[in-house]
Write a protein that binds this ligand. Structure first.
Ligand code: PLP
Length: 379
């Protein structure tokens, strides 16, 4: 029940393909021998599958990174200049919030639009924050605490009208929601490989639309233009200096193939049913307060709740140790979401997040476990 942190277990093919790539050897883009060329081809087919998933016409603009955090740092630092204005929300994961805070010290201007108490955002409030200097709207699609989905299509339209770019942190929704970049007007899409895309940890992607001019933020070997001292801003290798995580990327490719075979819509419907089930069950337990949008249709899978009189960390421990339910308590790297929910002063909340492989029976067992834990709040 901690798929919001990382999906587990992975489809069998993910383990197989990571293992096979590790055994096959070869450094992609480094050398002309057969092993290196075969590794390069495996990386390219992984780029193509990911480009297809997000409706990106140029697979060379799928950049591999180490995590969503890496991707967001690259997007923000490779794009923004002093004097640029960014509109974001007051409830973003530290992976977006902290790089933006660091950039304000270099003259980037940031407006944080307050979210509603359920973590959702009013597009009109975003619109009101846009100025002629706005270069970027940057926001998570799904809030990692409340689960609230943000109106990406509206934000894309807003960015288009303002002549700005849209950066979507898709950490909680890539692999489960339709995120066609062209149709939704997304210019930069950052995601980890290890959550909804079902790949191994140590993988991430940044998909960059053809209109975006990005500067590399890390210099090093690219396997191309090697005599040149200056880092070439070539897609993709100019942004991926350092040997790629080939086994991880091959595992990620297998995860994406699994999603395509199963159908994203089908997985999304399954997760929506599980979330609705979990929400209903938790709301009926005396002493439990559930946060986030009312309807599962308006959220991704994280469900945050508190039990009156119990520290969220104690709820986490009891669920894990006594019932084998793995969830996450605390602030979830997103203090702004907890500020909006009113849970900062009680140590945050407990979060449960089902995933593609969770069953309805497991949700029943989880609800029963929370009920037992909550029943001891008065001693
Ligand atoms: C909304 C959001 N953004 C970014 C991240 C960071 O992902 P990673 O740890 O893969 O860098 C997370 C991870 O929990 C997240 O939920």
């Amino acid at each position: 029940m901690d798929h919001a942190a990382t999906s587990h277990p992975k489809p069998e093919a993910v383990y197989e393909q990571a293992d096979a790539a590790l055994r096959a050897g070869g450094n992609p883009g480094r050398g002309g021998h057969r092993l290196a060329l075969a590794a390069g081809r495996r990386i390219m087919t992984a780029r193509e599958a990911i480009a297809g998933l997000f409706g990106l016409s140029d697979a060379g603009r799928v950049l591999f990174t180490g995590s969503a955090t890496d991707s967001l740092n690259l997007a923000l630092k490779g794009l923004l200049q002093p004097g640029d204005h960014v509109v974001t929300s007051s409830a973003e994961h530290n992976a977006l919030r902290r790089p933006l805070a660091a950039l304000t010290k270099q003259g980037v201007l940031v407006t944080r639009v307050p979210v509603r108490s359920d973590g959702s955002i009013d597009p009109a409030a975003v619109q009101a924050a846009v100025t002629p200097r706005t270069r970027l709207i940057a926001m998570a699609h799904g809030c990692n605490v409340t689960g609230a989905l943000r109106p990406v299509a509206d934000l894309g339209e807003l960015a288009r009208r303002a002549g700005a770019l849209l950066l979507v942190d898709a950490a909680q929704t890539a692999g489960t929601h339709d995120l066609n970049m062209e149709r939704l007007g997304i210019h930069l899409l950052a995601a980890p490989g290890h959550k909804g895309l079902l790949g191994p940890q140590g993988t991430g992607i940044l998909c960059v639309a053809p209109v975006v001019d990005l500067r590399p933020v890390r210099e090093g070997g690219t396997g191309s233009r090697s005599s040149q001292e200056e880092q070439p801003a070539l897609f993709p290798e100019g942004f991926e200096s350092g040997t790629l995580n080939t086994p991880g990327i091959c595992g990620l490719h297998a995860g994406v193939n699994y999603l395509l075979e199963q159908g994203i819509d089908r997985i999304r419907r399954h997760e929506e049913q599980l979330t609705a089930h979990l929400l209903k069950g938790l709301r009926q337990i005396p002493g439990v307060s559930v946060y986030g949008p009312d309807s599962a249709a308006d959220r991704s899978t994280p469900v945050a709740f508190t039990v009156a009189g119990l520290d969220p960390a104690d709820v986490e421990e009891a669920l894990d140790e006594e019932y084998g339910v793995a969830g996450r308590a605390g602030l979830h790297c997103n203090p702004g979401a907890h500020a909006a929910m009113g849970t900062l002063s009680v140590g945050g909340a407990m979060r449960l997040s089902p995933g593609y492989c969770t069953t309805a029976e497991e949700i029943e067992a989880v609800i029963a476990a929370v009920e037992k834990v909550a029943s001891r709040r008065d001693g």
